[in-house]
Write a new protein. Structure first.
Lengths: 311, 221
């Protein structure tokens, strides 16, 4: 797969195709898999994503610690209230973006991450900790425009291409480079996927990816107790929001002064010099706040005790 | 070479590829060494597995793997509750293993049909694993290949005899390692293969005079 978005955009422009189409072609070039096999694997991933979203939106699942769960359903319910037109309530029970593609993306991103925290089945995209952003954005945008499976699969392929470039130039690991490499990378991938589904150009896809990633540069990985719960669930929601901002700007014709590849390189450079406290060790950031430490002690049962048997 | 499907995937049970998917794969290797679901399992968690293993469901992933559940099997979540009904009595404890170990490491001691096997495995991130010890022998097994484990007398020509059988079966060796406790004692050979060896080849290897036992560990996806 490509290790440069500039090169990928140049090839896509020469072939007059999208990044998703280019990625599907590139994936079959080494002869290990046919085009049909790649599309089938991505369709399976898409259907698992749909399943995680549907399960998470029900709202009855809690994480192992009980600290997260049920919030996707709250956001989805606010969307329903907005659609029903109950705007006059005081205090308000939803915001101005409830019931829009924005609110839908937040709810779906949280849903997947709540399922992840509860040991449900998800697609790591690019990782388990950042697994909510891409399905959140892609499925919300896809539902809004009535995208078919083939369009959504091309969206996943575009996201995969961006993720592959990030993997090769920087990192996709919170333990190596902080949350910018997980939910940040996922936002960058999701932005390219959404532009794919909306019919934007390859150049707009790369711009949207760059704009999303620049918005997460420096983002630390600071989970309470070292567990994929708080703030991970919510950071998937804000990652989806940043992805949508990148999509809006890129499709409006905004460009970004720093090329996407260089934004990715900057993310890698920041990751390499990031203090270990901010790389999934629970040694800093939110994990080290008084409340973060207390919750880790009380709710996240650090240490497992001796013996036990089947529980 | 990075594939699209490495980035959009794997499909897995959350919440963490290293603490759940990797742990499950370690246990799947252990289960293969047992030739089935063990009757008893002592699970010892070391390092980060000991500190955050419960919150990450590492205990459930390990027990699930011993029961034969794959990393994307939704039953992993309920494995502790399912174990007894499937004939597995597992105990889970924390430990501090001696020597240098990866932070995400577990030691599994299993019994099945009067035989016991002990394995030390580490989860390296992204679901990748390394089994570093079997029955006290140091080795390095990734689970990413069809693997043959041979326990044999430490004598000249034994490795050649085993690989000759593999060659006759047209099976290519992707990697191998031999280790032993002492010269002339028992040695453990690990052969990571590009394709599984057929029954005839396995029977020929088992029939070699120097070979005490042979285990097949199928590739764990």
């Amino acid at each position: 797969m490509y290790d440069s978005l500039a090169e990928a955009v140049a090839h896509a422009e020469a072939a007059q195709c999208s990044l998703g189409e280019l990625a599907l072609e590139a994936e079959t070039r080494d002869g290990r898999r046919t085009r049909a096999e790649v599309e089938e694997a991505l369709l399976r991933a898409l259907n698992v994503m749909r399943g995680s979203v549907a399960r998470g939106l029900v709202g009855d699942v809690r994480s192992v610690s009980g600290l997260v769960g049920g919030d996707a359903a709250k956001v989805a319910a606010a969307g329903e209230r907005a659609r029903a037109g109950s705007a006059s309530a005081a205090p308000p029970t939803h915001g101005l973006l409830a019931g829009t593609v924005f609110g839908d993306a937040l709810a779906r991103a949280i849903a997947v991450q709540e399922i992840n925290a509860a040991m449900g089945v998800i697609v790591a995209a690019p990782t388990a900790g950042g697994a909510g952003v891409l399905p959140g954005v892609l499925l919300a945008v896809g539902d809004r425009v009535g995208a078919d499976d083939a369009q959504l699969v091309r969206g996943l392929a575009a996201a995969g291409l961006v993720g592959a470039v990030i993997a090769q130039r920087a990192s996709l690991s919170g333990a190596e480079a902080g949350c910018q490499a997980e939910t940040g990378a996922a936002a960058s991938m999701a932005a390219a996927a959404a532009v794919e589904v909306l019919g934007g150009t390859a150049r707009q896809q790369a711009t949207a990816s760059a704009l999303a990633l620049q918005g997460t540069l420096g983002l630390v990985c600071d989970p309470l107790g070292g567990l994929v719960e708080v703030p991970c669930v919510f950071r998937n929601a804000t990652g989806a929001a940043i992805a949508l901002a990148g999509v809006e700007l890129a499709l409006a014709g905004v460009t970004f002064a720093i090329p996407a590849d260089e934004v990715i390189d900057a993310m890698g450079e920041i990751g390499r010099t990031m203090d270990a406290r901010y790389r999934e060790t629970a040694g800093g950031g939110l994990a080290a706040t008084p409340t973060g430490r207390r919750l880790a002690r009380e709710r996240l049962s650090i240490g497992m005790g001796k013996g036990g048997g089947n529980r | 070479m990075v594939s699209l499907l490495d980035i959009i995937g794997p499909v897995m049970v959350g919440p963490s590829s290293s603490h759940t998917a990797g742990a499950c794969r370690i246990a799947l290797v252990a289960r293969a060494l047992c030739c089935g679901t063990p009757e008893r399992a002592r699970i010892e968690l070391h390092g980060s597995f000991a500190r955050t293993g419960k919150g990450h469901g590492t205990d459930r992933a390990l027990v699930g793997g011993l029961l034969g559940f794959a990393p994307d099997d939704a039953r992993l979540r309920a494995s502790l509750e399912l174990a007894a009904g499937l004939g597995l009595l597992a105990t889970i404890e924390t430990t501090r293993l001696r020597g240098a170990h990866h932070p995400n490491t577990a030691r599994l001691t299993l019994e099945r049909a009067g035989r016991s096997v002990q394995l030390v495995g580490s989860s390296l991130g992204g679901g990748r694993i390394a089994v570093t010890e079997i029955d006290g022998f140091a080795l390095d097994l990734s689970g990413a290949y069809d693997t043959l484990i041979v326990e044999a007398r430490d004598a000249p020509g034994v490795v050649a005899a085993v690989t000759a059988e593999l060659a006759a079966a047209k099976v290519n060796v992707a990697g191998m390692r031999v280790s032993r406790h002492r010269k002339g004692g028992d040695a453990i050979h690990v052969y990571e293969l590009d394709a599984p060896a057929d029954e005839a080849a396995l029977a020929s290897i088992r029939a070699l005079a120097a070979v005490a036992f042979l285990r097949v560990v199928p590739r764990v996806d």
